[in-house]
Design a protein around this ligand. Structure first.
Ligand SMILES: Cc1cc2nc3c(=O)[nH]c(=O)nc-3n(C[C@H](O)[C@H](O)[C@H](O)COP(=O)(O)O)c2cc1C
Length: 170
């Protein structure tokens, strides 16, 4: 599950509603990885009001609730680090390929995995896993993209956002 801002925080803090949201998706749809919504790493670098924060050690305990909820379904928990106006983060464990100049759409493309021509090229040049996200709603489409070597992992965003039980009809 790729990162998707939920606006369920309390001024950046984890809430019971937020924990429940991630727990439901972890337990009912069991994605391999859940990347929580973009989280600001400094109070001065928050991009949006309501953005989840990990700006100090004070947030550690509440984030444990989130990671526990995500692991409750067997998913691995990843965080998307965000610092508005800066890209000073040097190391990554995973590349989530999505978006561009038009938010997360690719003009003229509606097919499942609409960034796949790009993820394929990135995958050929990096050693970390490449996650392809965009337009995938069905497991069969995800498998087709994986079998074609377009990426190492496939992200399912809006389908999971809409329905925690997505897996049952995917
Ligand atoms: C409500 C919403 C919030 C999003 N928030 C983020 C975010 O915090 N960080 C990010 O990199 N992408 C964000 N995205 C983009 C998604 O990660 C994903 O790339 C996009 O929804 C396309 O994938 P999909 O077709 O499976 O939904 C967001 C998308 C939506 C719909």
């Amino acid at each position: 599950m790729p990162p998707m801002q939920t606006n369920k925080t309390d001024r950046g803090h984890v809430t019971a509603e937020l924990v429940q949201y991630y727990r439901d998706r972890a337990v009912y749809s069991r994605p391999g990885i859940i990347i929580t919504e973009h989280s600001c790493i400094a109070e001065s670098g928050c991009a949006a009001e309501g953005q989840l924060s990990i700006a100090s050690d004070a947030y550690i305990e509440e984030h444990r609730q989130l990671t526990d909820a995500i692991r409750a379904g067997g998913s691995k928990a990843f965080v998307q680090l965000n610092h508005a106006g800066s890209n000073g983060i040097g190391e990554v464990d995973l590349i989530d390929l999505s978006g561009g100049m038009c938010f997360y759409f690719r003009p003229g493309h509606l097919e499942a995995g609409y960034f796949s021509s790009m993820s394929e090229k990135v995958k050929a040049h990096v050693s970390v896993p490449v996650l392809l996200t965009g337009g995938v709603q069905h497991i069969a489409d995800a498998e087709k993209l994986l079998n074609a070597g377009k990426a190492d992992l496939i992200g399912v965003g809006r389908a999971l956002l809409k329905d925690a039980h997505w897996r049952e009809t995917a």
